[in-house]
Structure formats: structure tokens, C-alpha cells
Ligand binder design. Structure first.
Ligand code: VGL
Ligand code: ZN
Length: 193
């Protein structure tokens, strides 16, 4: 299968931050492995003149998703820390547009659209199709893709450049995204203009 990217396409890189990669506070298995490959794809989109958006989990130190506040996660991606920086192998931010999310202490936001300007920026740029990569497949990638579809975008998930927290979670998330209309593809199937 070939999936075309054209002038109305953009790449969304979800949460490729140190804390989600090996050695970080909330490591997602395989995150470091996909980081340089995502870096390569970012370069290809950029060289083709297409926009790249990079979301980042950007929590205050007292975020409600942290265990000390009764949340499910160890503290991670605290704004301004090394753990919240993009993995160096991604080459981000470069020319990418940064989308910070989950910045409010009392609100969780898994989706890159939740409480951000992403929809405004994409629609202003005339974007119709988004290619999504990053972590975690079963949390922020899932939520971002489902929101994109609900907002009327075509969403292509490049499954070889996503990694998730649990295997069961990934399987369930992929099915759900597919059911809601996402296209699941691999990076070698992407045709850039
Ligand atoms: C994420 C867990 C907690 C994600 C963010 O980026 O998928 N997961 N915060
Ligand atoms: Zn988080």
C-alpha cells in the first residue's frame, strides 16, 4: 500500500521526550530505537516543505497524574527538566512547531489537541491529513489520533514508528483507531511530494 503525503499533509510527532525513552522516568520500550528513525522522517517531511508538529508532555511539578497526587504515573516530563526535552536523536525541535500539553496541575491531557492550539494551527495551514508517530501508542498517540479523526482530519498512524506501554493496550488502541477510521501504515509506504 502507498499512502500519499501532499501539501495538505503534516507530520505529528507525539511526546518523543527523554522521560518516555529508555533511562527516563516513565520509559516506553522501544522509544530510543524509533527516535533516530523519527528524526529521519522529520527531515524528509521538512525537506519536502511539509510542516512538522511535535507535541510534548509539559507538566507542572505537582501534576495530578503523578502518584503523589493519586495519579497512575511516576513524575515525568516536568517542564524545563532534562526528562521533558525531546530525545536528541529526533533532532527536534528543529523547524517543528512545538505543542505543549497537560500544562495545568489539575487536568490530564493525553491528546495533543486537548487544551492546545493544534487544531487552530492545522486548520489555518489547510492541513487535511496527518501522519502520526511517537509514544505512547496506547495513551497519547491513541488520544491524538482519535481527536484528529473526530475533528475531521484523515489520520495515518505509522505503526513502525510508534511504541506503547503494554502489548494489550497497543493492540486495543490500534483496533480502536482503525475502527474510528485511521489508516495504519508503515513508514516505507509513505510517498512524499
Ligand atoms: C503519556 C502517560 C503519561 C504519553 C503521557 O505521552 O503517552 N503517557 N503521560
Ligand atoms: Zn504525562
Amino acid at each position: 500500500m502507498r499512502v500519499a503525503a501532499n501539501g495538505r499533509s503534516a507530520l505529528i510527532v507525539v511526546d518523543m521526550q527523554n522521560d518516555f525513552c529508555e533511562g527516563g522516568a516513565l520509559p516506553v520500550k522501544g522509544c530510543s530505537e524509533i527516535a533516530p528513525k523519527i528524526g529521519e522522517l522529520v527531515r524528509r517531511f521538512t525537506n519536502a516543505g511539509l510542516r512538522v508538529y511535535a507535541s510534548r508532555d509539559w507538566h507542572p511539578p505537582n501534576h495530578m497524574s503523578f502518584r503523589e497526587r493519586g495519579g497512575p504515573w511516576p513524575p515525568h516530563c516536568v517542564k524545563g527538566t532534562k526528562g521533558a526535552e525531546f530525545h536528541p536523536a529526533t533532532g527536534l525541535p528543529g523547524n517543528a512547531i512545538i505543542i505543549s500539553k497537560a500544562t495545568e496541575p489539575d487536568k490530564e491531557a493525553y491528546s495533543a489537541f486537548d487544551g492546545t492550539e493544534l487544531h487552530y494551527l492545522l486548520s489555518k495551514a489547510g492541513i487535511r491529513r496527518v501522519f502520526v508517530v511517537g509514544v505512547a501508542t496506547d495513551y497519547c498517540v491513541r488520544a491524538t489520533v482519535l481527536d484528529a479523526l473526530a475533528l475531521g482530519y484523515e489520520a495515518v498512524v505509522l505503526v513502525d514508528l510508534t511504541r506503547g506501554v503494554t502489548e494489550e493496550g497497543v493492540e486495543k488502541a490500534l483496533k480502536e483507531m482503525l475502527r474510528e477510521g485511521a489508516v495504519l501504515a508503515t513508514t516505507d509506504e509513505v510517498e512524499l511530494p
